[in-house]
Ligand binder design. Sequence first.
Ligand SMILES: [Zn+2]
Length: 240
Amino acid sequence: MSPTPSPARPPSARTPFAHALSGLLDVLLPADCAGCGTERTQLCPACRHTLATARPGPTLLPWAHAAAPYADPVRQLLLAHKERGALRLAGPLGEALGRAVRSALGARAGAAPLLLVPMPSARAAVRARGHDPTLRLAGAAARSLRRAGLDARAAPLLRHARPVADQTGLNAAERRRNLHGALTVLPRARRGLAGRQPVLVDDLVTTGASLAEAARALADAGLPARAAATVAATAVRPEG
Ligand SMILES: [Zn+2]
C-alpha cells in the first residue's frame, strides 16, 4: 500500500522464525476469525461470504478497481494478513483481488496473458513482517485467475529507486512530487514477459498516487499498465 520505507520496526515486528512458529501454531490451534473474532476459525463463513460477494468497482483512480470498500471485516482481514502473518488469508484475499483484476480489465482480461505486478514493499518492512504481503496476494490472485481459465502470472518488477517522505498530511500535488521517480523497474526481471498485459496490484488504494507513480515507472520501461486492481479502496467512485 504505502511505498514509505520505515526505518523503525513496528510493534508487531517478528523475526522470520517467530513468524514460522506462529504459522505452525496456527495450524495446530486455529486462531479466531481475523475479520470478526468468531472463535476457533481463521475465517468464519460470514466474513468469507462478505469477501466473496463484494462487487468490484472503480476507485478514485478510474483505471484502478477495488474488490471491496476498506471497511470491516475486509479491513481486519487485510491487516491480519499483512501485519500479523495470517498467511492462509492470502487465498480468499487473492481471489477477491483476482475479481478486481477482471473488473478493471473488462473484456480485455482474456485478450492477452496477464502479468500482475505487485506494488513493492520497502525492504525494511518485509524484514520486519517476515513476508511480502503484496507479493503473496499477487501470487494468490494469479492462481485464482488461472483457475478461472486465464493465463496469469505475478512478477515483482518494481523496486524503490529512493526513499520517500511519509505521505501523511501531503495534498495530492505534494504526494505526486514526493513520489515522482520513487519507483523503478528491475531490468533483469523483465525477461520472458513480452506480450503480457501488465496490471498493477496492491492490497489497498487510497489516493492512487502510489499506483500512478508505479504506472509511470512501468510505462518508462516500455511496459504500460493496462489497469490496476486492489483488494480494498478507502474511497470508491460514485456510480453514474
Ligand atoms: Zn468472521
